[in-house]
Design a binder for this molecule. Structure first.
Ligand code: LLP
Length: 426
């Protein structure tokens, strides 16, 4: 496969010093912090957020950055400073948002399995809204709020049963998915929520899937949601906000996703003149192309059938290729005057599924650096310690400045919470 460099990361350029992100040479980042290392660009994060703000214009709307896509405190603090809200799915994500300077009253809490402790934590922090995903969750939330003598702000996440036409693992708005309440049950559940004394019904939410390359399924879902809002209003249940989830896709390879403007335009049109505040929960489109994974080639290995570039990053650092067959561009950091060779870029983990990029034409030698692009979303946040590999460091570049926003894990940190048993007495 030809590897013509056309960067999906807007702030990544080629120069005499090799690849630069903003004004910083990736080779310098590797020399200073080692590899593998995630590198994010503050300008790219800011531009991605501004694209939403610009597209929303004067419309009353909140952009809640989906923390699961990238939960690094440095990254979250950039969004908090830009006035973003946050979409969380766990108590851990709430703690991160608050530690990064995010406002609790801009937090929406999604997810099908909220525990009592998480509900308590979120009520205590006074988050903006719980996106409730089942009948029993509604009852549980009312109970927890009652015990605390609080009122929980609630939206129902409805499952609109539309096909988002994306990878089955990341489709969420189909009838067969575990997410949201069935559309046919929504009215009954809203009546129930309105009757529960410790809940305050304030909105409605839906999220149909991720890496969407066309806005049509989302517009269809929004249309259904709108119909429901009007029916509920007829029963005296008035909703103040509509949360249309995240999902906008990005370019990894040759996809041509709509711009934020083009994606939002039909949705804004649908809600034109309506009083509801709109809310969005973008993840990938905010952080995906603001980050890359920098890795070093340890070995070049000739196989009988294939050649391999064995690098120091692996599936534990970036799981998307193994899990979804996700494609990330692999680019040489320094232009090399050596012949290109077709290789699989693989990690040191003991699994054949441990690949980061397959069948790529690369001009590399052992010791060279490679950048795996579009890794700012669902990269580090899905990483693990498999094979007892300390997790990578994370660095945020801002112009010429380089901030280490997560130190590389140490060997000791791998087992800091564990203990060996004393030898048993004979
Ligand atoms: N809101 C909810 C309720 C979600 O479940 C998600 C993503 C988002 C917002 C953000 O969606 P985005 O704008 O990023 O598409 N690990 C997969 C993606 C999983 C998405 C899960 N939910 C991947 O690497 O492709």
């Amino acid at each position: 496969m030809s590897q013509e460099f056309s960067s999906p990361i807007p702030t990544l350029t080629r120069s005499a010093r090799g690849l630069l992100i903003e004004q910083v040479a990736l080779a310098d980042v590797a020399a200073r912090f080692g590899t593998p290392v995630y590198v994010y660009s503050r300008a790219a994060l800011t531009d991605a957020f501004d694209a939403y703000r610009r597209a929303l214009g004067e419309r009353r709307a909140l952009v809640c950055c989906a923390v699961k896509a990238n939960s690094n405190l440095g990254v979250l603090s950039v969004f908090a400073q830009l006035g973003a809200g946050f979409d969380i799915v766990s108590g851990g994500e709430l703690a991160r948002v608050l530690a990064a300077g995010g406002r609790a009253d801009s937090v929406v809490f999604s997810g099908v399995g909220k525990s009592r402790a998480e509900m308590h934590q979120a009520l205590e922090a006074r988050i903006r809204c719980f996106n409730v995903e089942s009948a029993t969750e509604l009852e549980r939330l009312n109970e927890v709020a009652a015990q605390m003598d609080r009122t929980a702000p609630v939206a129902l996440r409805v499952n609109p049963d539309v096909d988002p036409k994306t990878h089955p693992y990341i489709s969420t708005g189909l009838r067969g998915n575990k997410f949201g309440v069935a559309f046919v049950d929504a009215k009954t559940l809203y009546r129930r929520a309105a009757a529960l004394p410790h809940l305050r019904v304030c909105g409605i939410a839906c999220h149909i899937g991720s890496q969407l390359l066309d806005s049509a399924p989302m517009v269809e879902a929004a249309r259904r949601v709108l119909g429901l809002i009007d029916q509920l209003a007829g029963e005296g249940i008035h909703l103040e906000h509509v949360d249309l989830g995240g999902g906008l896709g990005i370019r990894y390879r040759d996809e041509s996703p709509p711009t934020v403007d083009a994606y939002l335009a039909p949705l804004l049109k649908l809600f034109e003149g309506r009083p509801e505040e709109l809310c969005f929960e973008p993840g990938r489109s905010l952080t995906g192309n603001a980050g890359l994974l920098l890795t070093r080639v340890e070995y070049l290995k000739r196989g009988e059938e294939k050649n391999f570039a064995i690098v120091d990053a692996a599936m534990n650092d970036l799981l998307r290729p193994s899990l979804y067959d996700g494609w990330h561009a692999a680019v040489e950091v320094a232009a090399r005057d050596v012949p290109k060779c077709t290789v699989d870029v693989v990690g040191p983990i003991c699994e054949s599924g441990d690949f980061l990029a397959r069948n790529r034409d690369l001009a590399v030698e052992e010791g060279d650096l490679l950048a795996l692009l579009s890794a700012g979303a669902y990269g580090m946040s899905m990483s693990s310690n498999y094979n007892s590999r300390p997790r990578a460091a994370e660095v945020l570049v801002d112009g010429q400045a380089v901030h280490l926003v997560r130190a590389r894990e140490t060997m000791e940190s791998l087992y800091a919470l564990e203990c060996a048993l004393p030898s048993s007495q004979p």
